[in-house]
Design a protein around this ligand. Structure first.
Ligand SMILES: Cc1ncc(COP(=O)(O)O)c(C=O)c1O
Length: 299
């Protein structure tokens, strides 16, 4: 809702949106709702972004570059510093969705803080993941917030969050600020997984590209039998590169010495990879189905 309202308020029919191809569905829907012209650029491809800017920026009144900070499918980061430089050069605004950066990167403050970005931009995020409540937020200049209070339909025409959800969200933010050891612990888990998994890990979102829907489901079941909730993601929700959400899980899970390596073995057996890194490369090229490993879930 935060993305829908913000994007549709900021740009309209005379404007241009440039969007990373792997952006979350709500960013794509916000773009559609705005009625702006929408061009996607290949995931993280700055040259493609600049090509669009060079060719199309001058034809439109405003331009908004829209990107996830941490991509919900792959757990990689947007090249945000470079995007900001391009935005400066072409007089574009930048909206970054910190849904998976908040509470994780930059000591909990997100990717923008982690990269030390100080130029004005629009930060949107959710209160439902690391913050542990419900709802979304927009952060930006006072003028931006004032503008959105008067123009964002999803803010104006919906009932506000309940007091309980709001209090829980405030408490979540407070915990992130006051108890940095929680974030440190998350990164210890990430480090732990780095030692047992075969792929580079950038954030708590760790995709495992399987490439076959039946196998993906079977692996997810195996994980579950090890006590790990690692959802299988498959088309159609976001074809062909769907992913799971790292929402807080209902059941606390244990990080036993055996569970994670056991699951990795399970996976490797299923995908039948004699050379894991080669197979990974292969599946990355045609990822029709995948699993996403959410380290938030390992307590
Ligand atoms: C990048 C991104 N933005 C927004 C959302 C939506 O968050 P919520 O479920 O709190 O509405 C998600 C959910 O997974 C997400 O991954």
């Amino acid at each position: 809702m935060a993305n829908l309202g913000t994007i549709a308020a900021l740009v309209g029919a005379r404007d241009l949106i440039l969007a990373d191809a792997y952006n979350h569905a709500c960013l794509q829907q916000g773009a559609q709702l705005s009625r702006a012209a929408v061009l996607t650029y290949a995931h993280g491809d700055l040259e493609a972004l600049e090509t669009h800017l060079r060719a199309r920026r001058s034809h439109h009144r405003r331009c908004l570059i829209v990107t996830d900070s941490v991509f919900s499918m792959d757990g990689d980061w947007a090249p945000l510093r470079e995007i900001m430089s391009l935005a400066d050069a072409y007089s574009a605004m930048v909206l970054v969705d910190e849904a998976h950066g908040t509470g994780v990167l930059g000591h909990g403050r997100g990717l923008v803080a982690a990269l030390g970005i100080t130029q004005p931009l629009i930060q949107v995020g959710t209160l439902s993941k690391a913050i542990g409540s419900l709802g979304g937020y927009v952060a930006g200049s006072k003028d931006l917030i004032e503008f959105l209070r008067n123009r964002a339909g999803t803010w104006i025409y919906t009932t506000a969050l309940s007091p309980a959800d709001t209090a829980a969200a405030l408490r979540g933010v407070e915990l992130i600020q006051r108890e940095p050891q929680r974030c440190d612990r998350l990164w210890q888990h990430i480090e732990h997984l780095r030692t047992v998994l075969i792929q580079p890990i950038h954030t708590p979102i760790i995709p495992l590209h399987v490439g076959d829907i039946a196998q993906t489901l079977a692996i997810a079941q195996q994980f579950q039998s090890h006590g790990l909730f690692i959802p299988a993601i498959r088309p159609p929700p976001s074809p062909p590169r769907a992913s799971a959400s790292p929402s807080p899980l209902p059941t606390p899970l244990t990080k036993s010495q055996n569970s994670v390596p056991g699951c990795v073995t399970t996976c490797q057996n299923y995908v039948n990879r004699p050379n894991p890194s080669a197979n990974h490369e292969l599946s990355l090229r045609s990822p029709s189905a995948r699993l996403e490993w959410d380290v938030h879930s390992i307590k």
